[in-house]
Design a protein around this ligand. Structure first.
Ligand code: CIR
Length: 263
């Protein structure tokens, strides 16, 4: 199996009570804490069911969005990079995640600025690192990351997240070494030419943020036609409730950092 979707470890962070104050593009209601916690527990259990070691960090009340750990770091087979979130209320999450990453990776690099970059804008495939500029990730942030990952031998390709889409990966996910689940609006730019594409079904664009984690695809519940498409394509789909995270524009990828530490 490929390095881009097989992992021995994951890091998550328990939802804080302050999650109800998390950022959202459109207010569709306050997340219900108990339901959020249940969904989060189901998510962690699904990661663990693949045999991975999953660390769940303590909640951080001072950072309402800190359950979305993916945005604060990038973990690659050759090294880890602490991000510099473009949302001012999330900037401090980078410092907060650093010790947990350093525990596994030893030395870590960090985006120092002036640019900004969030992990949700980064899709790592078997052959390259795709980064979508967005309201949270700017050209300086992308260039600083490029300099770091080039040292490790990775190729980075800068792309554009569609307007009004929070993160690049809000609209796409890696399914295997050659295959990407994507919305039509993102793929229309040709950014995934050369990959096999599976499209979200009409009116199910909100399920594009899934994760391939070892033998499973963790997929948000409530999108039956796309789930069936993935099932028919041979993927082992595990549906996880995501109604509360979705109120904060969060999905499957945001809730974990997935990695295999360097030997
Ligand atoms: C935010 O707006 O930053 C959070 N409410 C949601 C972050 C979702 N993260 C992700 O897609 N990687």
């Amino acid at each position: 199996m490929g390095l881009s979707y097989t992992f021995t470890h994951a890091i998550c962070r328990a939802p804080s009570n302050s999650i109800i104050d998390g950022l959202r593009a459109v207010d569709t209601g306050t997340p219900d804490l108990d339901t959020f916690r249940q969904h989060h527990a189901d998510y962690v259990a699904a990661l663990r069911a693949t045999g991975a070691e999953v660390t769940v960090l303590a909640p951080l009340e001072e950072f309402p969005d800190s359950v979305f750990v993916e945005d604060a770091a990038l973990c690659l087979p050759k090294g880890a990079v602490i991000m510099r979130p473009g949302a001012p209320s999330r900037l401090g999450e980078a410092l907060a995640i650093a010790p947990a990453i350093a525990e596994t990776y030893g030395e870590v690099r960090a985006i120092e600025g002036p640019g900004f970059i969030e992990g949700g804008d980064i899709l790592v495939t078997e052959r390259e690192i795709l980064v979508g500029k967005s309201a949270r990730t700017d050209a300086d942030g992308v260039e600083e990351l490029r300099a770091i990952v080039s040292d490790w031998g990775y190729t980075l390709r800068e792309l554009q997240t569609p307007p009004d889409v929070l993160h690049f990966k809000t609209d796409c996910s890696l399914l295997d070494a050659e295959t990407i689940l994507t919305t039509r609006r993102l793929a229309a730019s040709g950014c995934f030419d050369g990959y096999n594409l599976i499209y979200t079904e009409d009116d199910e664009e909100a399920c594009a943020n899934a994760i391939r984690f070892n033998d499973r695809v963790l997929f948000p519940a409530g999108f039956p036609r796309t789930a069936e498409t993935l099932d028919k394509a041979g993927y082992n789909v595990t549906e996880i409730g995501n109604s509360e995270a979705a109120k904060l524009d969060g999905g499957m990828s945001c809730l974990s950092l997935r990695f295999t530490p360097p030997a």
